[in-house]
Design a protein around this ligand. Structure first.
Ligand SMILES: Nc1ncnc2c1ncn2[C@@H]1O[C@H](COP(=O)(O)OP(=O)(O)OP(=O)(O)O)[C@@H](O)[C@H]1O
Length: 251
C-alpha cells in the first residue's frame, strides 16, 4: 500500500536521508530502526507531509504523495504520532479525540451553527468513537481529565487513540515506547498487534526498544547515516553483520 522509492532529504550541506527505499503491504507491521540521527524521523516527516523530500517518490495506493500537505495525507488514511507527545494539554481527554475527528472530517461550520440533524448524528458518532477508543486504551475513566495532567504512559496511549478515531489505514508510530515502563511497553506491544489483527491497520514503527521491534515487526528496515543498511525479517536482521556493527559502533 505504501512505497518509498529512492527517498532523499537534504538540509543545507547535510544529506539526512540518502536513497532510502521501502514498502509496506496491507496488514503488516514494518519497523524502521537505526542509530541516533540515522534519518528515521526525517523519513517519517517526508511520508506524513511535514517535509517535501529533496528527491525520490512516495506512493500511497499508487498515488504520489510526496510534497502534499500533511492534512491531505492524513485524510487519505495515513496518520502519525510524534516522538514528543503533541496533545492539546489544556483540553480534556475526550475533547482531544473530538477535535481530532473534526479536523479530520472538515466538519461544516454552518451545519454546526444550525445544529442540523445530520450534524447532531455525526457528533454522536464522534462521541461514540471517542468513548470506544478511550475504553480500548484504558482511559475511559479519565475522559474528563485535562490531557496535560495524565501520566506520560497515558498520554502516549491517548495519542494512539487520537489517531485511531480518524480510522486510519496506515498508522505511523514514532518511538511509541520511549519513556514507558516495562509494563506499559508490554501493553503497547499488545495494543499494536491488536490494531493490525482486529482493526486491519498497517503500521510503520520507529523504535529503539529492540525487544518490542523484534517481537512485533513483520519486516524491519535498518538505516544508518541516512542510507539503507539492511532490510528483512526480524530473525535475519538480528544476525546481520552490518547491522550488528552499526549498533556496536554507536555503543
Ligand atoms: N529540520 C532539520 N534541519 C536540519 N537538520 C535536520 C532537520 N531534521 C533533522 N535533521 C538532521 O538530520 C539527521 C537525521 O535526523 P533524524 O531526526 O531523522 O534522525 P533519527 O534517526 O530519527 O534520530 P533519533 O533516533 O535520534 O530520533 C540528523 O543529523 C539531524 O540533525
Amino acid at each position: 500500500m505504501l512505497e518509498v522509492q529512492n527517498l532523499s532529504m537534504r538540509f543545507g550541506g547535510l544529506l539526512a536521508v540518502d536513497q532510502v527505499s521501502m514498502d509496506v503491504q496491507e496488514h503488516e507491521i514494518v519497523s524502521i530502526i537505526g542509530p541516533n540521527g540515522a534519518g528515521k524521523t526525517t523519513v517519517f516527516n517526508c511520508m506524513s507531509g511535514f517535509y517535501r523530500p529533496t528527491g525520490g517518490k512516495i506512493l500511497y495506493r499508487g498515488q504520489e504523495i510526496q510534497g502534499k500537505p500533511d492534512h491531505k495525507i492524513s485524510r487519505m488514511g495515513l496518520v502519525r504520532t510524534f516522538q514528543h507527545v503533541r496533545l492539546f494539554s489544556r483540553m480534556t481527554v475526550v475533547e482531544n479525540l473530538l477535535v481530532a475527528q473534526h479536523r479530520h472530517l472538515n466538519t461544516n461550520l454552518i451545519a454546526g451553527l444550525l445544529n442540523t440533524p445530520s450534524y447532531r448524528k455525526r457528533e454522536q458518532k464522534s462521541l461514540d468513537r471517542a468513548a470506544y477508543w478511550l475504553d480500548r486504551v484504558g482511559l475511559l475513566e479519565l475522559a474528563n481529565r485535562e490531557a496535560g495532567n495524565l501520566a506520560y504512559g497515558q498520554q502516549r496511549r491517548l495519542e494512539i487513540a487520537r489517531c485511531m478515531v480518524t480510522e486510519p489505514e496506515l498508522l505511523m508510530l514514532d518511538e511509541p515506547a520511549a519513556g514507558l515502563n516495562p509494563n506499559e511497553t508490554r501493553e503497547l506491544n499488545e495494543l499494536i498487534i491488536s490494531l493490525k489483527e482486529d482493526y486491519n491497520v498497517s503500521i510503520v514503527l520507529i523504535e529503539h526498544d529492540m525487544s518490542l521491534v523484534m517481537d512485533i515487526s513483520d519486516r524491519i528496515n535498518v538505516i544508518n547515516q541516512g542510507r539503507p543498511l539492511a532490510s528483512g525479517k526480524p530473525e535475519d536482521i538480528q544476525k546481520n553483520d552490518d547491522v550488528i556493527k552499526a549498533y556496536l559502533g554507536e555503543a
